[in-house]
Design a protein around this ligand. Structure first.
Ligand code: FMN
Length: 227
């Protein structure tokens, strides 16, 4: 599969086979992650690959916290909420929700519950790649963007290795608790994680492919001769 085809075929996978992913396969994925560009080549990321009993413990802990200590998303001010840009993002997300609900409903699943509970269980993937950075780097947008580049390399290289992935941002608020289970020092922040494993092709939810706006909708060409 060439790179462009891989990029266009990639999608979030939200049901996995229980089969473990061999460590050497995961190592290749991390090699792709560290090959990503980073601000000044500072490579500020630290990867933690979790599987087995420790992953089970984290999933159990997060599922418990979802019931007892749910930390809601940051509340927007009224002024921010009225922003047309946010309104547009909301419209796009609600399209996703509508389309996914059509698949989830016949499975007896509610969209919000499925997404929230699934996120907190990493959709039961057999492995999770977590990206930590030292808290000092959080203040610097380019460092955070560097992590994004590394995560995208994780997604694409995993796909090349025949694996499915789902980028999981929803659990970063539980950095403290996750750090404790994994023995990670207090100054490291979890900025992103990726659920990773072999795709369960039998699950209807994996048939879903989200749409995109057309290129023409999202790009402005400047300085080109033809209109
Ligand atoms: C920063 C970031 C955080 C995300 N967090 C979650 C998450 O917590 N749970 C989840 O199910 N999907 C999460 N996603 C996946 C998006 O929902 C998904 O990429 C988007 O709906 C487009 O679908 P696609 O990946 O299938 O193309 C996240 C994606 C990004 C880029």
């Amino acid at each position: 599969m060439d790179l462009m085809e891989g990029i266009e075929k990639r999608k979030s996978i939200r049901a996995y086979k229980p089969d473990p992913v061999p460590r050497d396969v995961l190592k290749k994925v991390i090699r792709a992650a560290v090959a990503a560009p980073s601000k000044g080549n500072s490579q500020i990321w630290e990867f933690v690959v979790v599987t087995g009993d420790e992953l089970k413990e984290i999933k159990g802990m997060l599922s418990g916290l979802l019931k007892t200590d749910f930390i809601p998303m940051m509340k927007l001010t009224d002024e921010d909420s009225a922003s047309p840009a946010l309104e547009q993002a909301k419209i796009r997300s609600s399209r996703n929700k509508e389309e996914m609900s059509k698949i989830l409903k016949p499975m007896g699943l509610d969209f919000e519950d499925f997404m929230l509970e699934g996120t907190f269980r990493f959709f039961d993937a057999p492995a999770v790649v977590m990206v930590f950075i030292e808290d000092i780097y959080l203040k610097n947008l380019p460092h955070l963007l560097s992590v994004g580049a590394a995560v995208q390399n994780v997604l694409l290289s995993a796909q090349t290795a025949g694996l499915g992935t789902c980028w999981i941002g929803g659990v970063w608020r539980y950095t403290k608790q996750i750090r404790k289970v994994l023995g990670i020092p207090d100054n490291k922040m979890l900025v992103s994680s990726v659920a990773i494993g072999y795709t369960d092709d039998e699950s209807p939810i994996n048939k879903y492919k989200s749409g995109r706006e057309s290129v023409d909708e999202l790009v402005r060409w400047i300085g080109f001769e033809e209109k």
